[in-house]
Design a protein around this ligand. Structure first.
Ligand SMILES: Cc1ncc(C[n+]2csc(CCOP(=O)(O)OP(=O)(O)O)c2C)c(N)n1
Ligand SMILES: [Mg+2]
Length: 694
């Protein structure tokens, strides 16, 4: 392998200054990993020529303004190679983002790679390091995000490029690895990208034939190029990752392609330059050791004693490349945009909102108010009405489903489908690709759009990784999950979610809403739409639930606090029991409350559409809603019982699911699993009795 590496050294083509810059990236990466005693040196070393070529010769990016809206996006899907990105960000001089917590990467940060408070965490984190376009590390996600970014770019271009002004024409570049391409999510996203003909998308595949356990033939033997050709991608080959002329040529091929996304299959040697580890899985991670480091530096013709060495002229070289090009393009764009603002004030105002993740005034003026109705509507039906009341007022509000729109009620009426020839459509068809949908929606949110996906709640498991990342990245997208319980009925246990609600509630920062009637659906959207750094999910019913009489019960605006007192004991009386419910079970609580009231027993109903939001309220509010002194409590939710003891207390009654559901008509399921007015009333009486006895 050492021989192969040195052969490649001889073959290397870049000129002296390019070579110096490339080797600076390599040595910074290996020195940082060595000092941190952990990390991944091999891939940054191998991909340094590709990264340098892209950044310094191709990328339209202004390091002085990492917020420039029309910048080309660079996604390091192979997130463990984070030192490649940090070295680039440092050498290109990417500045701290104005008005955010995203700091520039200093040489000191690189020397404190993976250490507390440095801006160089183990894997790139969006919102923390300036120039990091998305959080990567879970392999495949960056690929999916990049498809969403490219779709957002095309959507923005189709919608806002007017009168010959190219306000948006950015490209999206992604570096991905064997692992990225083994993951299903990248296949889902690539298939969609090929179908949509995303010519503004370019993936560079680091074909090093190495993963952690060894050589890829252990588990991966397909012809990736052929697979991407079948996905209708333009596939280009670079046989030597050190051949910067070939790399440049490949990027030019991407630029010239107008109909298809481009995949550059680039053969590389992991840990290029290491005397013994190059080309082996030993170069993937961990501190390489002094001997390997010295050996590699020797192979590069680098001073062996120097660490974190940035030779004179390297920063200037980046400045003369990406720096100058980016500054000129950004200045030109700003001029264009000023003229555009003068001639297209409304569009420019919309773009301002998109960039700031804000909403136009009056966006909620037509939100529906649903009249009281004992039979009521399914919350998915109400949701469809609310989505369609929002859509006309927020033109960049776009969404779709993984082939379930007729069931999830997410079609935006009168809007075009987003397709190959209609990139500005607002109804997206993700195909049956839930994982891809989640990842793509994250990319679209990163592109500024208010994008939502939808499917059945039980399939949230198929898209949990991107939902988790949307929370970690503090994005402003949401997902509409319908068929949210055993209420699915005859489709049976495969389609009946049990543990999904709890599992979504466990994701830090994510808000999980399960509205209890149609007006709670409206109020949920009123709240969710205003969020700009917080993703949400909605769990909606397939079956109808009563629309509560709000002249009798508290207004649904209580949703904004996560939980609220819907119905209470008469003035001056202490509730003998608190009944808590969500979604379709709220009506059961109200039924029990009314039965108790008719007998003269004072009770309280607390609607709990979003537990996480309730937890964010002041203790005083939480105690007001759920007074600690009242121990007689009943909770009702058609999901796992786990977690509800937090609200029911040690002695409360928890009505929920203890097992999978089963295939039967809804009525029979409700009886079998105990979600009936009688059972709730029985539990309430039991609670009153046992707590009286104490
Ligand atoms: C979803 C996911 N599964 C597993 C891992 C752990 N992991 C990190 S890198 C890697 C594979 C490394 O192979 P490759 O992607 O080809 O990267 P290279 O070693 O070539 O840099 C794995 C399994 C991960 N980061 N993400
Ligand atoms: Mg690999």
């Amino acid at each position: 392998m050492a021989e192969a590496a040195s052969k490649s050294v001889a073959k290397e083509q870049p000129g002296d200054r390019d070579r110096l810059a490339i080797d600076t990236i390599r040595t910074l990466a290996m020195d940082a990993v060595q000092k941190a005693k952990s990390g991944h040196p091999g891939t940054p070393m191998a991909l340094a020529p590709a990264a340098f070529t892209l950044w310094n010769k191709v990328l339209r990016y202004d390091p002085a303004d990492p917020q420039w809206p029309n910048r080309d996006r660079f996604v390091l899907s192979v997130g463990h190679a984070s030192m490649l990105l940090y070295a680039l960000l440092h050498l290109a001089g990417v500045k701290t983002k104005v008005g955010s917590n995203e700091a520039a990467v200093s040489l000191d940060d690189i020397q404190h790679f993976r250490q507390i408070d440095s801006h160089t965490p183990g894997h790139p984190e969006y919102g923390f390091t300036a120039g990091v376009e998305t959080t990567t590390g879970p392999l495949g996600q960056g690929c999916g995000n990049s498809v969403g970014m490219a779709m957002a770019g095309r959507w923005l271009a189709a919608t806002y490029n007017k009168g010959g002004a190219a306000i948006f024409d950015y490209d999206v570049y992604t570096f991905c690895s064997d692992g990225d391409l083994m993951e299903g999510v990248s296949a889902e996203a690539a298939s969609l990208a090929g179908h949509l003909g995303l010519a503004n998308l370019c993936w560079l595949y680091d074909d090093n034939k190495i993963t952690i356990e060894g050589d890829t033939p252990l588990a991966f033997s397909e012809d990736v190029a052929k697979r991407f050709e079948a996905y209708q991608w333009n596939v280009v080959h670079v046989d030597d990752a050190n051949d910067t002329a070939a790399l440049l040529h490949a990027f030019e091929s991407f630029k010239a392609e107008t109909k298809r996304p481009t995949m550059i299959v680039c053969k590389s040697v992991i840990g290029y330059g290491f005397p013994t580890k190059a080309g082996t899985h030993k170069a993937h991670s961990d501190a390489p050791g002094e001997d390997e480091i010295r050996g590699a530096k020797k192979a590069y013709g680098w001073p062996e004693d120097k660490s974190f060495y940035v030779p004179e002229g390297v920063l200037a070289h980046f400045d003369e490349g990406i720096g100058r090009r980016g500054a000129a393009l950004n200045a030109e764009w700003k001029e264009h945009f000023a003229a555009y603002r003068a001639s297209h004030a409304d569009e420019a105002a919309a773009i301002d909102h998109i960039l700031a993740r804000t909403l136009p005034a009056g966006w909620d003026k037509n939100l529906p108010v649903f009249p009281a109705d004992a039979k009521g509507v399914a919350s998915r039906e109400a949701s469809g009405k609310v989505l369609n009341a929002i859509a006309p007022h927020v033109p960049w509000f776009i969404g779709g489903s993984a082939d379930l729109a007729p069931s999830t009620k997410t079609t935006l009426d009168g809007c075009e489908s987003l397709g190959t020839d209609t990139p500005g459509g607002r109804n997206m068809h993700f195909g049956i690709r839930e994982h891809g949908m989640g990842s793509v929606c994250n990319g679209m949110a990163l592109g500024g759009l208010r994008a939502f996906g939808s499917t059945f709640l039980v399939f949230s498991d198929y898209m949990r990784p991107p939902i988790r990342l949307s929370a970690l990245m503090e994005l402003h997208n949401f997902t509409v999950f319908t068929h949210d319980s055993i209420g699915v009925g005859e489709d049976g246990p495969t389609h009946q979610p049990i543990e999904q609600l709890l599992s979504l509630r466990c994701i830090p920062g994510l808000l999980t809403f399960r509205p209890g009637d149609a007006n709670e659906v409206t109020e949920t959207y009123r709240f969710v739409m205003e969020l700009h750094d917080n993703p949400a999910v909605l769990a909606l019913s397939r079956q109808a639930m009563p629309t509560l009489d709000r002249s009798k019960y508290a207004p649904a605006s209580g949703v904004a606090k996560g939980a609220y007192i819907l119905a209470d004991a008469p003035e001056g009386k202490t509730p003998a029991v608190i009944l808590m419910g969500t979604g379709t079970e709220l009506g059961l609580c109200v039924g029990a409350y009314e039965a108790l009231a008719a007998e003269g027993t004072p009770a309280r109903v607390v609607s709990m559409p979003c537990l996480e939001l309730f937890e964010r309220q002041e203790q005083s509010y939480r105690d007001e809603v759920l007074p600690p002194a009242i121990k007689a409590r009943v909770t009702v939710e058609q999901g796992t019982v786990i977690g509800w003891d937090r609200y029911a207390g040690a002695s409360g009654s928890i009505i929920g699911m203890h097992s999978f559901g089963s295939s039967a008509p809804l009525k029979d399921l409700l009886t079998k699993f105990g979600f009936t007015p009688e059972k709730v009333l029985e539990a309430a009486r039991h609670q009153i009795a046992i707590h009286k006895a104490h």
